[in-house]
Design a binder for this molecule. Structure first.
Ligand SMILES: [Zn+2]
Length: 253
């Protein structure tokens, strides 16, 4: 699987696009593309890096905060402008489909029915398997201010996890045993913030579940400025492999 970090920022960062990640995986030998979250500022970041928006097969929405889903009206309309006719899959928890539809109606009234392609919703349930673009995945419960689902993809003998915002419930850590890449929110470097995760807490999960590598995203803008340069030494001290990606960075597992 290949991972491209289109955005790595939190909701209100003036420099970094909202956290949004493109995953390329194989389905029966063919490469498929799945976009993980699409917030206010994510769609232009995706367009800058992926010249052909028609290639997208599925979008996963981890939770219904604006910095994770309110870029969808832009994304969908531009896909429509490019003349897409084949369906696009949308995955997420309950309410995702109806809320995205409402957001479209607010942003561009009447456009939903004239997109020219069908949006097929795949509802996810905590702990249950699902398929996105034909790739096997499991949705996992994450503690956040609103219901949030992490997702673990399994493809080509590798596993990749994306948390969305918050901390994966501890009883689900076993699901990440030996995971090749865990992309996790780290809102702060240390400590505990209600509804969020920290680099320190991610490190604890990485050690416990023997995760190969962690990518830390969605760090609060001030925290990121203060701690970016010390992150590698911090992770080294915590005895975990990890990094804080920049937009445009790609990782293959
Ligand atoms: Zn959130």
């Amino acid at each position: 699987m290949k991972t491209l970090f289109c955005g790595v920022g939190e909701a209100f960062d003036e420099n970094l696009p909202n956290t949004s990640i493109l995953v390329r995986a194989k389905n029966n030998g063919a490469t498929v593309m799945i976009l993980l979250d699409c917030g206010f500022t994510a769609a232009p970041a995706y367009w800058r890096l992926v010249p052909d928006p028609l290639e997208l097969d599925a979008v996963w929405i981890s939770h219904l905060h604006g910095d994770h889903f309110l870029g969808l009206p832009q994304l969908l309309i531009r896909i429509s402008e490019h003349g897409r006719s084949r369906p696009l899959q949308l995955g997420g928890g309950p309410d995702t489909f109806e809320t995205v539809k409402k957001a479209m109606e607010l942003a561009y009234p009447g456009k939903w029915d004239r997109l020219g392609f069908e949006i097929i919703f795949e509802q996810a349930y905590p702990g249950a398997m699902l398929q996105l673009a034909g790739v096997e995945a499991v949705a996992l419960p994450v503690e956040h201010a609103v219901p949030c689902l992490g997702i673990k993809f399994i493809s080509g003998g590798k596993t990749l996890f994306y948390s969305g915002d918050g901390r994966l419930q501890q009883d689900a850590w076993l699901e990440l045993q030996g995971c090749d890449l865990a992309i996790c929110e780290a809102f702060t470097l240390k400590g505990h913030t209600a509804g969020h995760n920290s680099a320190e807490q991610v490190a604890s999960m990485v050690r416990t579940a023997d995760i190969r590598q962690a990518a830390l995203v969605h760090m609060q803008r001030g925290e990121r400025r203060r701690h970016k340069d010390q992150l590698q030494s911090f992770l080294h001290k915590e005895q975990v492999q990890g990094f804080m990606p920049e937009p445009g960075e790609a990782v293959e597992i």
